[in-house]
Design a binder for this molecule. Structure first.
Ligand code: AP5
Length: 618
């Protein structure tokens, strides 16, 4: 049935105006790009600025020349472990980890909550480099620079200084050698989601985020009585921490923003932003009661820092690097791309995953596996996240379809249509309009209709001339179930491969509850019967999507691989392979691998807050 030669079209695959594009929507945190976002669950809206969406994100999807993408599938060797490559990779990791990593601490709290006071004590004991956003700004003000003049306008009003001034100032300071070598103590930064995001983008994260908590009226009392010694920089309080002698008392100064009126505005500013900042650091945040004598407050902080040091020394260099297994498909291994929380993903990142998926799927088809499942949950393909890019899914489908068409196979690319009848018809949000997009994509004049055809999901869609089927994110909608159509299609396909990509086949509750009950067991059995030939997802602490702690990857015929994300010097990061599993590891097994604990019973309960979030579709 296969035709002889498939010639891929060159770019552009879709012209900028050829089909509508999902619009930007109000993502919970605007940490991703401001173009072409589709937030899963917020409805499928069409952007008025189609051309902007297209050009910004290159939904032209850039064609690659025939056979240039994957290379020969015959070059793939099953489960090959290349020792020399492994050694190189491990020595890089070993070098990075051999260094005892200095502490990175953030301290936050309302004005006068005692940040500066505690920082003095922390620096004295731990020798960290203290970086105070307020001090940096006051230095600019004192220097009379343009930035300083502008900053003063905001500071005197108790408002946040614009990020254009603060962000670069702080990031530059953090990258100075003393901060890198001694570790850093960041005081009063970040103070907004925008500032926190800028740190994320620069790959800068703390080991511990301390939030000092003090009641408002006490704070006001502290502000109005605070004084500074311009000679030593020491902070005094006229009542609680008075100067040691008359000489010091005579030279004390008061900050220009330390009036009750301004302090109240600073408090409002603090409360307006603190939650957004905390959202970035939930996993490393410790609340400390700051409404106690400063030595008592410090005792708590000291304990936290000692625990952290202890943990670092146990988990850092003590990791048994020699026991790190080599990743599978080592001949093609380039390492997991970094900066995966930054969206949109670069073309390089996307292409890495497309290649990874295509290799695994082709190998599985070569091995005559017919019911295949691919799960690729990078942030912009994961409907659970705040950014979902249908363009990336289309791009993946295109590459996969061509990787088979290049071998002369006739591929039917399918997306489900609306389900149900009349007013009850529905369609999963992110699939609305996608059929039209698939039809309009530039598949190449000679290719569409021969090697690549577009279809829906169902038994009647299977044509005698088709060699295989790729199904785009088949999923149940509320009150409607795709499984019967999927089953009929698989049966009609017989021994021809059916590949489902990012399926979501869990039952969803219908208004009458019917869908959950009738035949549920059989449906779930069928959903589970697809062979997972590729799986990638990021690992986070339970209930959060920051920070990325690691990744789980499986590319057929390799095992499941658990990686830990490790921060390196100069805002770089690395994924280090910790362990491999023949079957998909449970959350508990992933946690054990992550912390280097011995393997235990698969069904053991999750421990503490460090259980991992498993974001599996289907
Ligand atoms: P910044 O200088 O950071 O001021 P702040 O956050 O308002 O905090 P303070 O320095 O006033 O207080 P603190 O918590 O350090 O308390 P301290 O230890 O001194 O920022 C100033 C301005 O700069 C901002 O308003 C903003 O305009 C701008 N800015 C700064 N960062 C920015 C950013 N990231 N983005 C944009 N703009 C930014 O203690 C206070 C007093 O209490 C002292 O007198 C002390 O002796 C006393 N005290 C401390 N602890 C205790 C205790 N346990 N018991 C009794 N007294 C205590």
């Amino acid at each position: 049935m296969a035709a002889s030669v498939c010639t891929r079209p060159g770019p552009p695959l879709v012209s900028a105006s050829s089909f509508p594009c999902p619009s930007s929507s109000s993502a919970e945190r605007t940490r991703a790009s401001n173009v072409s976002l589709t937030q899963f669950g917020s409805g499928f809206e069409f952007s008025t600025s189609v051309s902007e969406c297209m050009s910004a994100r290159s939904l032209s999807l850039g064609g690659t020349s025939r056979n240039s993408f994957l290379g020969s599938s015959h070059s793939l060797r099953q489960g090959v472990r290349c020792k020399s490559l492994r050694k190189d990779r491990i020595s890089v990791i070993a070098e990075a980890k051999a260094m005892t990593r200095p502490l990175r601490i953030m301290i936050a709290g309302a004005p006068a909550s005692g940040k500066g006071t505690q920082c003095e004590m922390i620096v004295e004991k731990y020798g960290l480099t203290h970086i105070s956003a307020g001090d940096l700004l006051r230095a600019e003000v004192a220097a009379g620079s343009d930035n300083g003049k502008l900053a003063k306008e905001y500071m005197t009003k108790g408002l946040l200084v614009p990020s254009e001034i603060v962000v670069k100032m702080v990031i530059d300071r953090l990258s100075q050698p003393d901060a890198q070598e001694n570790g850093w103590l960041l005081d009063g930064y970040p103070r907004s989601a925008e500032q926190a995001q800028a740190l994320e983008d620069a790959g800068i994260r703390p080991d511990l985020f301390i939030l000092l908590e003090v009641e408002d009226e006490i704070l006001i009392g502290r502000v109005v009585n605070r004084r500074m010694d311009p000679v030593t920089g020491k902070i005094y309080h006229l009542l609680y921490a008075p100067p040691e002698n008359e000489e010091i008392a005579a030279r004390l100064t008061q900050r220009f923003d330390d009036t009750e009126e301004k302090a109240r505005v600073r408090l409002v500013t603090h409360y307006a932003n603190v939650e957004a900042v905390l959202g970035f650091y939930k996993d490393v945040t410790q609340h400390v009661d700051g409404n106690r004598p400063k030595v008592e407050v410090f005792a708590d902080i000291d304990k936290l820092l000692l625990e952290l040091q202890q943990k670092e020394s146990e988990e850092g260099p003590s990791n048994k690097l020699d026991s790190i297994p080599a990743p599978s498909n080592q001949d093609a291994w380039r390492g997991i791309p970094t900066k995966l929380n930054t969206t949109p993903h670069s073309r390089e990142i996307r292409e890495y995953f497309y290649k990874d998926v295509c290799r695994a799927a082709k190998k599985a088809v070569e091995d005559n596996i017919t019911k295949l499942k691919i799960t690729l949950l990078i942030p912009e393909l994961n409907p659970e996240m705040d950014v979902y890019r249908i363009g990336t899914l289309l791009e993946l489908i295109r590459e996969l379809a061509f990787s088979f068409a290049d071998d002369g196979k006739r591929v039917r690319v399918c997306v489900q249509g609306s389900m149900g009848q009349g007013i009850f018809a529905g369609i999963p949000l992110q699939l609305a309009g996608v059929r039209q997009m698939l039809e309009r994509m530039d598949w190449g004049d000679d290719v569409k209709g021969t090697f690549i055809n577009i279809g829906a999901v169902g038994g009647a869609e299977v044509k005698p001339e088709d060699d295989m089927f790729i199904l785009m994110a088949p999923q149940n909608a509320v009150g409607n179930c795709i499984i019967d159509d999927l089953k009929a299609m698989v049966e009609a396909a017989g021994d021809r491969p059916v590949i489902i990509i990012n399926p979501k086949l869990k039952d969803l509750p219908g208004s009458g509850g019917n869908m959950q009950i009738q035949g549920r067991e059989k449906r779930m059995e069928f959903a589970a019967s697809f062979f997972q030939c590729y799986h990638f997802r990021l690992l986070y602490t339970s209930g959060s999507v920051y920070p990325i702690l690691g990744a789980l990857r499986m590319a057929y015929p390799g095992p499941y691989e658990v990686f830990k994300r490790v921060d390196l010097e100069r805002a770089k990061e690395e994924y280090v392979l910790l362990d491999t599993f023949e079957e998909e590891p449970t959350r508990s097994e992933i946690g054990d691998a992550y912390y280097g604990r011995p393997r235990k019973d698969k069904n053991a309960a999750l421990e503490g807050v460090w259980g991992f979030l498993s974001r599996v579709l289907g």
